[in-house]
Design a protein around this ligand. Structure first.
Ligand code: WTA
Length: 642
């Protein structure tokens, strides 16, 4: 089905909605008087000290609620334990092996205080950096909250990143402590997280301690000077730790993500604006109520998990499901089983997961009672209309709304999404629909002129919003250059977008060198810099081609140094190298060996041409190419494989 065919306006029926107003009115107000609008919204936070100024906008830096003081762990826990939310379930946790844990708000509160006390005893204080390299176990959100409580800046590193990738992030952020677990379960295997943490600690002199959460039973070597078990530092601790009064714009966390450079950049988020943005956007996009059981399947190692597994649901006092394992282990029905078991009402996942389920057939979800569901969501990459409709029919039973949420690590929370929490929303399969209140979107041509509806161009955001990143950690220049230089004064997300005749927005993928593999963000430069680090490789170019399940798949074109010939062994070796230096998400779909890479006369690799070859598209204009033979060669390598 093409995108044009799919533009059927659809308004889900059902009595679920309790709209809180009219979208158009709210949106208009947020545009006409942003400061008044956000001041009103910010009443929903608990302030230790009220702000003096709603917005200080010195482009490209926005500072919200200047002068205000608060603490995000207080927002998520302390204020709830003073109410009937105290004994409500915060998390239903389930491990891959089927073990379970039920954590109430009160238990989360107690654990957070104790973990904060233990960290304090290790010498962690306000402003220190802590790296969290943990699987999806309760200790991860508890440590994030404990760091927020102490005012320590945390950086969560996705557990599928390698020891080297962890080291890169630990070093950049300057972490004093790495918190990890003995290992993690993935599809029946145990992955050695602690060993990776040791690799990072050895490479980074900033690391003083490794705290280890006992999670897998296998033997773990402990260095008595550096390594401590969480259980040991918690022994005998049962105390209240007063939450630090953080400045509204104090940094909360750094989360590394890929951009156009070989090194991931540290996206720095603040406290008040971020806290407000994620809570409001969750309400607007999913319309939860106090009986909701929310399940965001994202790993906490990505922004989706930070904002919508940990902080926003806790701020709103919701009950969430948290699951450690893979969706297809032990069988492809694991998620549907969990929805039925916990009575999940809001289910939020990725197009890659939906396409994987589609491939296995609708008989799997059909075995389970999914009638508790009231709202569905999608995130991470464009959702194709076929996948949208499959999700709508087989999971939502044509009864409930889908919120396709478009946003980024940098934006903190949702930017474009249906907003059933404001008003019932007409939907079009494949479109993220309309901007959130406060989000001023335009679609521009390469010269910065606004495009008429129906044409594809660069999406920009013309006003600051509360969830906006504070900066790139320790790299103001890169911050300005990446997001603010192409169209001065406007934030550039780096995606293509088209606004249709009804003003619905269609997000059409990245306009830069970022690849989305199964929704995970990785850049061509990162892949290239990893692979040229292998002694057999002279030069390399990375690109992607569309993949039916993963959205995009990684393709590499490699020239080998003299003395190494192309072979299946060297291919396997290079794949191993990518996984060791970055992680499993860097696994290439194909590696092609060539003698020449297509380059411009000034020596720039023409990835556009390689991508065309890898996707079988016409190569187009090659007039700037230095040596036409290179493209014939790449094509021959590709054809040979077919
Ligand atoms: C893509 C993930 C289309 C987009 C929250 C963006 C999407 C990048 C959508 C950010 C969506 C995310 N429709 N594309 N609903 N959601 N993207 O930082 O290209 O991991 O720029 O944040 O994901 O990826 P990130």
């Amino acid at each position: 089905m093409t995108q044009t065919d799919s533009r059927v306006t659809h308004l889900p029926t059902g009595s679920y909605y309790t709209p809180s107003g009219e979208y158009d009115d709210l949106y208009r107000r947020s545009m006409e008087d942003p400061e008044g609008f956000w001041a009103e919204q910010a009443e929903s936070l608990d302030w230790f000290k009220p702000w003096e100024k709603v917005l200080d906008w010195q482009a490209p830096y926005a500072r919200w609620f200047v002068g205000g003081k608060l603490n995000l762990s207080y927002q998520c826990l302390d204020r709830h334990v003073q109410t009937e939310v105290k004994n409500k379930v915060a998390f239903y946790w389930e491990g891959e092996l089927g073990e379970t844990q039920v954590l109430t708000y009160n238990e989360m509160y107690r654990l957070t205080n104790n973990y904060a006390a233990a960290l304090k005893r290790l010498g962690v204080k306000r402003g220190d950096k802590v790296a969290l390299y943990l699987p999806m176990i309760p200790a991860l959100p508890v440590f994030m909250l404990a760091c927020a409580r102490l005012g320590a800046i945390f950086t969560v590193v996705f557990s599928a990143f390698s020891g080297q990738a962890l080291a890169d992030r630990v070093e950049d952020v300057g972490a004093k402590v790495i918190i990890t677990s003995s290992g993690m379960h993935r599809r029946g295997k145990i992955l050695p997280l602690k060993e990776n943490a040791v690799e990072a600690a050895v490479k980074c002199p900033c690391v003083e301690k490794i705290v280890v959460v006992k999670h897998t039973g296998h033997h773990t070597e402990m260095d008595p000077d550096r390594d401590v078990w969480l259980d040991d530092i918690l022994a005998g601790v049962d105390e209240y730790v007063a939450p630090e009064a953080m400045d509204a714009n104090d940094p909360l966390f750094v989360l590394y993500t890929s951009g156009s450079t070989g090194k991931p950049k540290g996206i720095l988020h603040g406290t008040a604006g971020y806290a407000l943005w994620i809570a409001k956007t969750l309400q607007w996009a999913f319309n939860p109520d106090q009986k909701s059981v929310f399940w965001c399947t994202a790993d906490i190692g990505w922004i989706t998990g930070h904002s919508y597994v940990v902080f926003a649901p806790l701020e709103l006092g919701l009950t969430s499901v948290m699951y450690e394992g893979a969706p297809d282990f032990p069988a492809i029905d694991r998620w549907w089983q969990l929805i039925a078991k916990y009575g999940v009402t809001i289910f939020y996942t990725s197009p890659t997961a939906i396409r994987m389920f589609m491939r296995h057939g609708e008989e799997w979800p059909a075995k389970y009672d999914l009638s508790s569901l009231k709202s569905l969501g999608s995130v991470g990459e464009p959702i194709n209309p076929e996948a949208w409709l499959w999700y709508y029919r087989n999971i939502g039973h044509e009864r409930i709304s889908i919120s396709d949420t478009w946003w980024q690590t940098e934006t903190g929370g949702f930017m474009i999404s249906p907003t059933p929490g404001i008003q019932p929303h007409p939907l079009k399969p494949g479109s993220a629909t309309k901007p959130m209140p406060g989000v001023d979107v335009a679609v521009l041509d390469p010269d910065g002129k606004e495009l008429p509806n129906g044409q594809t161009g660069f999406i920009v955001i013309r006003k600051p919003w509360p969830g906006m990143l504070l900066d790139i950690y320790q790299n103001q220049e890169l911050y300005q250059q990446t997001y603010w230089s192409r169209f001065p004064g406007y934030y550039l997300p780096g995606d293509f977008c088209m606004k249709d005749q009804d003003n619905f927005l269609w997000l059409l993928g990245r306009a830069d060198e970022v690849i989305k593999v199964a929704g995970h963000r990785i850049s061509t430069a990162e892949l290239e810099s990893s692979i040229v680090g292998h002694s057999a490789v002279a030069e390399a170019a990375a690109c992607s081609r569309p993949d039916e399940v993963k959205g995009e798949a990684i393709i590499l074109f490699v020239t080998l140094r003299k003395g190494t010939d192309p072979s299946p062994e060297i291919k396997a070796e290079l794949t191993r190298h990518l996984r060791a230096t970055i992680g499993a998400l860097a696994t290439p779909e194909e590696i092609f060996f060539v003698n020449l890479l297509p380059k411009t006369r000034s020596g720039k690799i023409m990835r556009r041409l390689l991508k065309a070859v890898a996707t079988g598209a016409t190569v187009g204009d090659t007039s700037t190419l230095d040596d036409g033979a290179s493209i014939d060669e790449a094509r021959a390598a590709f054809e040979e494989l077919k």
